[in-house]
Ligand binder design. Structure first.
Ligand SMILES: C[S@@+](CC[C@H](N)C(=O)[O-])C[C@H]1O[C@@H](n2cnc3c(N)ncnc32)[C@H](O)[C@@H]1O
Length: 295
């Protein structure tokens, strides 16, 4: 048999898992050694340590998030291949693994229980995502997760509150998704409640509080704004008459607000970088670019 044809047959035999070897035209039965399926590799992992729902953890017990809710949480956070997802209290690693397998992201799971952390790392190997996912054994309150672009949580309200100051100091635009539990008066930007459970999304807001002057680019118009900020919610005044601003909020670095002076209605939608906002300002249906600077 020509060599090229033999190679093609060998490749096909391998792909079909037939365990056939074709050597010099003679067919012999080879030792069958198929790659184990992710499920049987996962079963192997659980032979070393099989967790049980409700088992104690350092600050909270282990209960896995169901698959449908894991996907929904990651969808709410719009996870993509450029993201670095941290699951704080990673359990068997399922959120970190899903972030990599379903959304192409890199992910880190932080799990305190050494047996769980080892199991999660084994699951990462079983699912073939070792290049994208790492599980570290450690305490979420002593781990630096400041590089994350997405943080996922399934903890408890009081643990969310302990993490809240750290989360609020993260890069503006960082998405935080929590299964079941809220963060007191930091209201979520989005909620999704269904029979699979509740998931909440927060987007870390940039700091925009203070006095700003907006000047029209290539024009003469300008107006002043004074902003007070409570998490993503903004209040304050704008214009010469210090009119109250409405519909005002931060979503990461994106600012949106409105105010009216008599029958002149102004809508501002902008992007904040440090002490500068580049904004699309619509005044009575005419739009132009304004640059806001913090005074
Ligand atoms: C409710 S489970 C959630 C598991 C996983 N994130 C999920 O949603 O499927 C919480 C996990 O946090 C772990 N844990 C508890 N306190 C921790 C701490 N201080 N640091 C790291 N992990 C912790 C527990 O061992 C448990 O596996």
């Amino acid at each position: 048999m020509p060599v090229s044809k033999r190679h093609r047959l060998q490749s096909w035999a391998r792909a079909c898992g037939l365990g056939l070897l074709l050597i010099g035209g003679v067919t012999v039965q080879a030792q069958s050694n198929p790659t184990p399926s992710p499920q049987s590799a996962r079963d192997q992992c659980e032979k070393s340590f099989k967790p049980s729902t409700g088992q104690p953890g350092k600050d909270v017990v282990w209960v896995p998030t169901n698959d449908a809710l894991v996907t929904r949480m990651l969808e709410m956070a719009k996870v993509g291949k450029n993201d670095l997802v941290y699951d704080l209290g990673a359990g068997d690693g399922k959120i970190a693994i899903a972030a990599a397998k379903q959304f192409g992201a890199r992910a880190v799971g932080v799990e305190y229980n050494p047996d769980m952390a080892q199991l999660a790392q084994c699951m990462v190997r079983a699912e073939g995502v070792t290049e994208k996912v790492n599980v570290i054994q450690g305490d979420i309150f002593e781990t630096d997760f400041s590089k994350a672009s997405v943080v996922t949580l399934y903890l408890l309200p009081e643990l969310n509150m302990r993490l809240r100051p750290t989360l609020l100091k993260m890069r503006p635009g960082t998405r935080v998704v929590s299964h079941s539990f809220l963060m007191d008066d930091w209201r979520p930007d989005e909620s999704s409640v269904s029979t699979d459970g509740a998931a909440y999304l927060w987007i870390v807001p940039a700091d925009v509080a203070g006095k700003w002057t907006f000047k029209q680019q290539g024009g003469k118009d300008s107006f002043d704004v004074e902003l007070t900020q409570t998490f993503q919610k903004l209040s304050g005044t704008a214009g010469k008459g210090k009119e109250e601003i409405t519909n005002a909020e931060m979503r990461g670095n994106r600012i949106e607000m409105m105010f009216s002076e008599g029958d002149v209605h102004t809508r501002v939608v902008g992007q904040l970088t440090g002490d500068r906002i580049e904004a699309d300002v619509t005044r009575n249906d005419k739009s132009s670019t304004y640059i806001g600077t913090r005074r």
